[in-house]
Design a protein around this ligand. Structure first.
Ligand SMILES: [Zn+2]
Ligand SMILES: [Zn+2]
Length: 726
């Protein structure tokens, strides 16, 4: 009889596993790391087999109910990573394994096929009586290698339309990975800075020792080319590379860029894959056949047999932090896997996270590689700051300053394209004086206070609160109020000022349908529209040469979000948005509108001066002991009944204080309980505690102790732990 040790997906003591009997009938269907269903406390839960053992001593032993998935692509190296996740992010081993394995895949019987078009212009003309077929065929020509389902979705037609094209012979089905690029691989000439960066990483790769690099390069300086060359070296050594990009930039153009260099060796891992596609890609990765794994955050757990290199592009992006338990950061996982596999890590960004740049200072754990020049000696765009307080005194009440209006008129007359950007993140209400630009802030934490519906301004770190003032405490102006503008409002204003101009809007409302994001971009690049209005969605990675003007409607929304990282986010966002302008032959122009034109993060972005920004921001962080000078853990409590939520938060506060006392960690601070940044979501009240300390180990230690004491004490309140929240 076989006995299995199972890590279950329920909040149990962090490293605890349970023993189950493997029924005779299932013995052939299980192996180490299989995903199984087991009875647990009167219900059935999923878990992973982490080992087989002799009959355990306990008398009451239950049977495994069902095998969900025999091959999960977990392995011993990934189990070590899972155990590390448990320690680092305070989750259960079952949660960690679930996160690494991802959703179950399904092994397909026949290999998947994709479509290629076989037509000429004459055939296309002949289809003019069947407009749906014609449109689908045109899309298939533009995007070779789509599956039948993908094409029908992209074209917005039924599968029967695609089948009709197949029957006529205009489309042909070929095996997936049969679409290879036969054109000779084109490796462009590198700049001197690129050569130096590639050379240094190559030397490190040859030592087969772990190494970490921060590739700091201005926008448009050719970081991707450095990635491609170092990957080439890793492939020469018969090892594998993982390349992470933010989900939003995982576009067909991006994938094509890698496929044109590495062909079939590229595997894709992202949330849009079907179960069959995911299984097939993981199989190719495990065998080593696909040696270049390209994907979003979760691709960091790809089951590579001999990992040599991990690249994280736009490493400062918040999408690398998972929002659900375990709330891991892909950058930290990358460093852990690299240490284990003796691999190199390259973190690339034009605006590195403060923590990353700090680690790349002399004597730090990262080595710094810099690219200071744009390729082909293109100039960085010129950035102009517009003071919105002046507009008010000039009598201009439009959300477009006169400067922006004039620039738009000029660019539109020249048939050039423009992007108008509005950040919507952190929609919490902040109170700002329109006359002097002053923002109401917490005197203790230096973060913006949020306006609650009861009229109180509250700090969501330390729970300090004050009445919303009727006039500005700084200049006594009575024009002091919360603000928020939407992209729709920007679109209306655009239509009012430039009625004949074609405008596209890209935000959460216009991109809910799958593929609509790509369609809108395509329409902007190839179509009539001269202006694209959008949220942070359009800030990243867009490379459209015809765009010569970028307007930032309000830098203040980011600048005043209630978060100690507000200045950093502002600098990053403005730099990224500005980087969208002038990627072609015509130099680019950027206009930033703000009520706070003297703020150092805006000034530094204007001068493309990351170092200046870094030095100034580090002074603030040190003064208030925020990361990277300290570590934080956020404990979030949520529930239907606010009294229950507050009671749970208070109980935790007491226990944390006691645990801190007992351990003698005098450096550790416990802030709150306070209402969370968003105090209520879907009828659930949210309160939070923040644990702050100079040693990450110390604060994790006391949080883990209290987590264990809490057990299942709070049935009506969900408690979620976020180590290093961002
Ligand atoms: Zn004022
Ligand atoms: Zn405060």
């Amino acid at each position: 009889m076989l006995y299995a040790e199972v890590a279950v997906n329920v909040p149990v003591r962090l490293n605890q596993t349970f023993h189950y009997r493997v029924p005779e009938a299932l013995a052939q269907q299980v192996q180490k790391y299989s995903r199984v269903e087991v009875p647990f406390a009167n219900r059935v839960v999923q878990g992973f087999i982490v080992g087989f053992s002799a009959p355990p001593a306990t008398a009451k032993i239950k049977d495994i109910k069902r095998v969900v998935e025999k091959e999960t692509f977990l392995n011993d190296e990934l189990l070590t990573t899972a155990r590390w996740l448990v320690e680092r992010y305070l989750c259960s081993l079952g949660d960690a394994l679930q996160c690494i394995a991802g959703p179950p895949g399904v092994k397909r019987k026949s290999p998947e096929t994709v479509l290629i078009a076989q037509v000429d212009q004459v055939t296309l003309k002949g289809l003019s009586k069947a407009p749906k077929q014609k449109e689908a065929l045109e899309l298939a020509m533009l995007n070779p290698g789509l599956t039948k389902n993908q094409l029908s979705q992209l074209a917005g037609v039924s599968l029967s339309v695609v089948n009709a094209l197949l029957a006529k012979g205009y489309l042909k089905e070929v095996p997936v990975h049969g679409v290879t690029n036969d054109a000779p691989v084109d490796w462009p000439k590198l700049t001197l800075e690129q050569v130096s960066a590639v050379q240094q990483v190559k030397e490190a790769l040859n030592t087969k020792q772990p190494s970490a690099w921060l590739l700091y390069g201005v926008t448009g300086s050719g970081k991707t080319e450095v990635y491609l060359r170092t990957i080439k070296e890793v492939l020469r050594q018969q090892r594998q590379a993982i390349v992470l990009v933010p989900e939003i930039s995982l576009t067909p153009q991006m994938v094509e860029r890698f496929r044109s260099r590495f062909g079939d060796k590229v595997a894709l891992l992202h949330s849009g894959l079907s179960q069959g596609e995911r299984y097939a890609e993981k199989e190719r990765i495990k065998s080593g056949e696909a040696a270049v794994v390209l994907g979003a955050r979760s691709a960091i757990f790809a089951p590579t047999p001999d990992l040599g290199l991990i690249i994280i592009d736009e490493e400062h992006e918040t999408s690398y932090k998972q929002e659900e338990t375990p709330k891991y950061h892909a950058r930290e996982v990358a460093l852990q896997r690299a240490a284990q596999c003796k691999a190199a890590v390259i973190l690339g960004s034009a605006t590195p996270a403060l923590e990353s740049f700090c680690r790349a200072r002399p004597g730090g754990p990262y080595k710094l590689l810099t690219l200071t020049k744009r390729i082909e000696d293109r100039a960085l765009p010129s950035i102009q700051i517009v003071d919105l307080r002046q507009e008010l005194s000039l009598g201009n009440r439009s959300i477009f300053s006169l400067t922006l209006q004039r620039a738009l008129a000029r660019r539109l007359a020249n048939q050039e394209k423009c992007i108008l950007f509005l950040n919507r993140r952190g929609l919490a209400s902040i109170v700002v004086c329109r006359q002097c630009g002053q923002v109401m802030k917490c005197p203790r934490c230096d973060i913006s206070l949020t306006l609650h519906s009861d009229g109180w301004l509250k700090c969501h770190y330390c729970s300090h609160q004050t009445r919303s003032p009727a006039s500005c405490p700084h200049c006594s102006s009575r024009i002091i109020r919360s603000f928020g503008i939407g992209t729709q409002r920007v679109e209306e204003e655009m239509k009012r000022l430039f009625p004949s101009c074609q405008v596209l809007r890209m935000d959460a409302d216009t991109t809910t349908r799958k593929g609509s994001h790509e369609e809108l971009l395509d329409a902007f690049i190839h179509g009539e529209a001269q202006v694209l209005i959008g949220t942070q969605m359009i800030a990243k990675g867009l490379d459209i040469p015809q765009v010569t003007l970028v307007g930032v409607i309000s830098a203040d929304i980011t600048l005043h979000m209630p978060d100690f990282r507000a200045a950093e986010r502002t600098f990053q966002l403005l730099t990224q948005v500005a980087g969208r302008a002038g990627r072609g032959k015509t130099p680019g122009e950027v206009i930033i509108q703000t009520y706070d034109p003297a703020h150092f993060s805006i000034k530094a972005a204007q001068k493309h001066d990351y170092l200046k920004f870094y030095q100034q921001e580090m002074i603030t962080r040190q003064a208030l002991q925020y990361p990277p000078f300290s570590h934080l853990i956020r404990v979030l409590f949520s529930g239907i009944n606010e009294a229950d939520v507050m009671a749970a938060a208070q109980w935790w506060q007491d226990q944390l204080a006691a645990a801190k006392q007992a351990a003698g960690f005098s450096q550790v601070e416990i802030l709150g309980p306070a209402p969370a940044g968003i105090p209520k979501i879907k009828d659930r009240y949210r309160w939070q505690l923040i644990i702050k300390g100079t040693m990450s180990k110390e604060i994790r230690n006391i949080a883990a102790k209290v987590l264990e004491q809490a057990g299942l004490r709070f049935k009506q309140v969900a408690v979620s732990i976020d180590v290093d929240p961002i």
